[in-house]
Ligand binder design. Structure first.
Ligand code: GAR
Length: 189
């Protein structure tokens, strides 16, 4: 396959979306290569998942840097070393600053577990359950300086399982893995 797109996946947690993306790549369904996993949580399970897949990890704790700019500069150097063209956020729980937004303008994508603009920010599934909505969903969008505010690429609805957070979360994850793949197939160039 020609013109394989070099990407970095940023994650702070379990990394199920990272793994789904990597497995879609392995099946030839996304024309990309994950050059690097970036995490702000060195103990996150995504690190184990990346090791299993032999993908390098940059685990950088923001608290070890003097400022957010310095932290993101360290990430930027790693991305440049690997000639990364796109940043794919997969459960990365930090706002991206200008140090990364400027060099990667329109090349950063995020997935969020709600139908934005509803329930931005942390614990979107918990927010949906608290509001007792019947339908929530998943959004893939370009990243700008705001909190989950960039232009929307794709959305899919998920029915809330009444009062059952775990079942709702499982349904959302299953849709996320499919929707992110479809969105990446369309956008990565
Ligand atoms: C996913 O549900 C993702 O949409 C969410 O974090 C979870 C990570 O799961 N992201 C956000 O809430 C971003 N605002 P994973 O670690 O299993 O991929």
């Amino acid at each position: 396959m020609s013109n394989i797109v070099s990407i970095a996946v940023f994650a702070s947690g379990s990394g199920s979306n990272f793994q789904a993306i990597q497995e879609a790549i392995e099946r030839g369904e996304i024309n990309a290569k994950i050059e690097l996993v970036v995490t702000d949580k060195p103990g996150a399970y995504v690190v184990e998942r990346a090791k299993v897949k032999n993908i390098p990890v940059a685990a950088l704790s923001p608290k070890n840097f003097d400022s957010k700019v310095a932290y993101e500069q360290a990430i930027l150097s790693k991305l440049q070393e690997c000639e990364v063209k796109w940043i794919v956020l997969a459960g990365y729980m930090r706002l991206i600053g200008n140090t990364l937004l400027d060099p990667y303008a329109s090349k950063i994508i995020n997935i969020h577990p709600s139908l934005l603009p509803s329930f931005p920010g942390k614990d979107a599934i918990g927010q949906a359950m608290d509001h007792r909505v019947k339908v929530t969903g998943v959004t893939v969008h370009y990243v700008d300086a705001g909190m989950d505010t960039g232009p929307i690429i794709a959305q899919r609805a998920v029915t809330v399982v009444d009062g059952d957070r775990e079942a709702t979360e499982q349904a959302i994850h299953a849709i996320e893995h499919e929707l992110y793949k479809e969105a990446l197939q369309k956008t990565l160039t």
